[in-house]
Design a protein. Structure first.
Length: 343
């Protein structure tokens, strides 16, 4: 381990920026700062400050990996689209490289989380040890406000032709289904059924149609039923909430079967905030997937919950930086002056 170059991982989210020194599947000297989304400059200042804080503790890194909740053109590290943070159009790899003075590699945060999961030994908990042989073929689904995901093939992140691929949440499981609640023109995609937004939509529609239902009583001041209310109601056996999760589970199972058939992973894991309610849908989703996936592929895949915990994003970003260094990707674009889009 002592001969490996020091790398830092950065996980930029809508509410916090986390930075740590990464080795294998472990992070140390982790710091967290609130994400300043008031402007692009303020956000980048916050990332720079957090990285410098870790540098003072851990030393100067050979490279920094950064995961952001955005679509990234990987070769240039330019943010194509960004919903929750003001980075759209920013050449983030170049700008952060100039600020930090070391090579920077930027990817989607779900891709980074998938790369972290591939490093973890089966059965380990959050912050677990690196596997003796990391998983080479993995699919990860992240169920939260939306549905994200990442694919690892041959131990490396699969991104498609320019780095924008593997948008697993926008894989359609019903062409005649509801419109996607995200920034997507699709209908009946996984995000339209298996996200926090989808839960709230279904529960709110039911509450409005059924004034005698528990869901109606759970309507908030904003006229909507919060996802956590649906979870609690389902845990307590409310039949309407149980039916909502039944459909959630069925559609998730259809999606899982499709990903198993396409990618033939060794491991498919489900993470994100909604995975904490996996007892309400995971068993049924696996049954649905097992009835739909090609039998020879289904026998060879393990299905489980993500193990990386809160540090998965920054660990994966650090692993990304280490992999890119090992491939000899030490370009000097970061030495250039900042471009107009980053100011």
């Amino acid at each position: 381990m002592g001969t490996e170059p020091l790398v830092l991982g950065v996980d930029v989210g809508g509410t916090k920026v986390a930075v740590g020194a990464v080795a294998g599947a472990r992070a140390r000297e982790v710091v967290q700062h609130r994400t300043d989304v008031s402007s692009t400059g303020a956000l980048l200042d916050g990332v720079e400050a957090a990285v410098n804080e870790v540098v003072r503790r851990a030393g100067e890194p050979a490279a920094v990996g950064v995961g952001v909740p955005s679509q990234i053109e990987f070769a240039t590290g330019t943010v194509e689209t960004s919903v929750n943070i003001p980075l759209a159009g920013v050449p983030l790899r170049q700008e952060l490289g100039r600020r930090l003075g070391v090579p920077v590699f930027v990817d989607n945060d779900a891709n980074c989380a998938a790369l972290a999961e591939a490093q973890l030994a089966p059965g380990d908990g959050a912050g677990g040890h690196a596997a003796a042989a990391p998983c080479g073929e993995l699919v990860m689904l992240t169920l939260g406000t939306g549905v994200g995901g990442g694919v690892v093939i041959g131990g490396m992140i699969f991104r498609g032709a320019s780095g924008l691929g593997a948008e697993l949440g926008h894989f359609s499981v019903n062409p005649d289904g509801p419109p996607c609640p995200g920034n997507c023109p699709n209908y009946g995609c996984l995000e339209a059924y298996c996200s926090g937004q989808a839960l709230e939509r279904d529960a709110t529609e039911l509450a409005q149609d059924r004034p005698d239902s528990r869901m109606h009583g759970a309507l908030g001041d904003d006229g909507r039923v919060a996802g956590r209310e649906v979870v609690v109601a389902a845990e307590e056996g409310d039949p309407d909430a149980v039916r909502i999760f039944d459909r959630f589970a069925r559609m998730l199972g259809i999606g899982i079967a499709g990903f198993v058939n396409v990618f033939e992973p060794e491991l498919l894991v489900v993470g994100g905030g909604l995975s904490r309610a996996s007892h309400l849908f995971m068993e049924q989703a696996e049954r649905e997937a097992s009835a739909r996936a090609l039998p020879a592929l289904w026998r060879r895949v393990d299905i489980g919950l993500a193990r990386g915990g809160a540090d998965a994003g920054l660990i994966g970003a650090g692993v990304l930086a280490a992999q890119e260094l090992s491939l000899g990707n030490r370009d000097t674009e970061w030495r250039m002056a900042p471009t107009e889009g980053a100011r």
